[in-house]
Design a protein around this ligand. Structure first.
Ligand SMILES: [Zn+2]
Ligand SMILES: [Zn+2]
Ligand SMILES: [Zn+2]
Length: 89
């Protein structure tokens, strides 16, 4: 199954590159893919960067922030979450 192959690859990748990763800190899927919510190549699943320099799928961070009423925090470092502008494009 495709999904299994992907998560195996991710696990290997994650172990040596966890400080500067290209994976979403919430769902840990690479940004080239989409979040588990979308799950379809070609779905519009943009990446959002925070001012703390962590990045997440927009859908993942939106869902996370919905739960954090009034006090949005980065899921990784618990800093106040502020969306920064995307570095590229
Ligand atoms: Zn994600
Ligand atoms: Zn998505
Ligand atoms: Zn952060």
């Amino acid at each position: 199954m495709k999904v299994k192959v992907k998560s195996w690859t991710m696990a290997a990748y994650w172990s040596w590159n966890d400080t500067n990763s290209d994976v979403c800190g919430i769902c840990q899927v690479e940004f080239e893919g989409c979040c588990p919510e979308c799950n379809m190549p070609g779905d519009d699943c943009p990446v959002l960067w925070g001012e703390c320099s962590h990045a997440f799928h927009m859908h993942c961070i939106m869902k996370w922030l919905e739960k954090a009423t009034g006090n949005p925090q980065c899921p990784l470092d618990r800093q106040l979450w502020k969306t920064a502008t995307a570095p590229s494009q």
